[in-house]
Every structure is written in C-alpha cells, then in structure tokens.
Design a protein around this ligand. Structure first.
Ligand SMILES: NC(=O)c1ccc[n+]([C@@H]2O[C@H](COP(=O)([O-])OP(=O)(O)OC[C@H]3O[C@@H](n4cnc5c(N)ncnc54)[C@H](OP(=O)(O)O)[C@@H]3O)[C@@H](O)[C@H]2O)c1
Length: 174
C-alpha cells in the first residue's frame, strides 16, 4: 500500500491501521517526518521532496492519496493491474479528479478509482476507541491551542505541514 500524505492528521492513523491490517506500507512524506512514519509502522518512506514515487518501479495494490497534488495518471502508473486508488484530500485538482474523473477510469478496468468521505459510525468509533485503549494505535498530537486561539490553529493546519492532529482545547466556561 502507498500512503501519500502519511504524516498528517489522517495519514498518521492510516499508516497505523494499514499496518494493523497486515499491509506492507510505503509512506510518502518529507524527510523531517520519516522517523514518525517509520515509528508508526511504515515499512519504508519516500521523501517527496527528493524522490518521485511515480517514477519508481514499485507497484501498489492500494494507493491512499491524502495530501499533495499528484495527477490520477501518476497514481494509475503505480497501481498493480487490479489495484485500487482512494482519494481522501489534497490540493483542489486532486480532490476534483478523485470525485469526478476517478469513477470514469474504473469503467471497464480491473483497476478501481474512487474518493473517500469520512462517515463516522458508532461501530467504527467504538472499534477505533478499543484500538486506542488497547494501545494498538496511538493518536499523534502536534500542537494544542485553547479555543480562543482557534483562528491560529486553523492557520497552522492550513499551512499543510502538521505532524499528526492539532488539538483545540475546550474547557468549562470557555
Ligand atoms: N475524505 C475525507 O473524509 C477527509 C477527512 C479528513 C480530511 N480530509 C482531507 O485530507 C487532507 C489531509 O488532511 P490531514 O488532516 O491529514 O492534513 P494535514 O494534517 O494538514 O496534513 C499535513 C501533512 O501532509 C504532508 N504533506 C504536505 N504536502 C505533501 C505532499 N506533497 N506529499 C506528501 N505529504 C505531504 C505534510 O508533511 P510535510 O510537512 O512533511 O510536508 C504534513 O505532515 C486534507 O485535504 C483534508 O481536507 C478528507
């Protein structure tokens, strides 16, 4: 499995859950966050500032595109003949193509392309809660902000380089 955007709020969970499910995980993030991705269970890291995964020889059964702005053609190139591509986010072209173009690419192909939209169900949340309680996955927390500084927190997230989740603290009376 290839996870592009492995070091952010979504990616740090994706790496851990993929590993838990037995996937061999290649994480794409910058060098500064490589040790984080490896600690979370990635088998190897591709530093996107130095290496282009789309030009490599590796092929993946599953590509999870969380961040960045690579084209669908890039992702298609690295999929196995019956591989799957799932877009979660990234720059607007990646989101647009994931929603509107990806389903068309799936027609008549063994490769499948689609977009993910998180819909939390009680069952999923209870399962994730159990995994957290058992220490089988961990939340990676970057910065914490009091609620009054929510605009700063959002600006930081919008910068696109958080390592894991950014926390807004809501206290009684806040
Ligand atoms: N589909 C859904 O239901 C759903 C749910 C939640 C979020 N999303 C979307 O998913 C995307 C990611 O969310 P997030 O919370 O994980 O974001 P995030 O925490 O802001 O992601 C930041 C991480 O992305 C990495 N990154 C930045 N540019 C990259 C690139 N070109 N290639 C690989 N990694 C790169 C950064 O690493 P470096 O600092 O090392 O560059 C950083 O660790 C957003 O677009 C968000 O809107 C979708």
């Amino acid at each position: 499995m290839l996870i592009v955007g492995a070091s952010g709020g979504v990616g740090t969970f994706a790496v851990q859950i993929a590993r838990l499910l037995g996937a061999d995980v290649t994480a794409v993030c910058s060098a500064g966050k490589a040790s984080l991705a490896l600690r979370l269970g990635a088998d190897r890291v591709i530093d996107y500032t130095k290496e282009d995964f789309a030009r490599g020889d590796a092929r993946y059964d599953l590509v999870f595109a969380i961040n960045g702005s690579r084209t669908l053609a890039d992702y298609r190139r690295v999929l196995t003949p019956s591989g799957r591509y799932l877009m979660a986010g990234g720059a607007w072209p990646q989101i647009r193509d994931g929603i509107f173009v990806a389903p068309l690419l799936s027609i008549g192909s063994r490769q499948k392309f689609g977009a993910s939209e998180s819909r939390a169900t009680t069952r999923d949340l209870v399962h994730l809660g159990d995994l957290l309680e058992q220490g089988r996955i961990e939340p990676v927390l970057d910065r914490r902000y009091p609620l009054a500084q929510a605009p700063d927190a959002i600006r930081y997230i919008e910068g696109g380089h958080a390592a894991g989740k950014v926390i807004l603290e809501v206290r009684d009376g806040a």
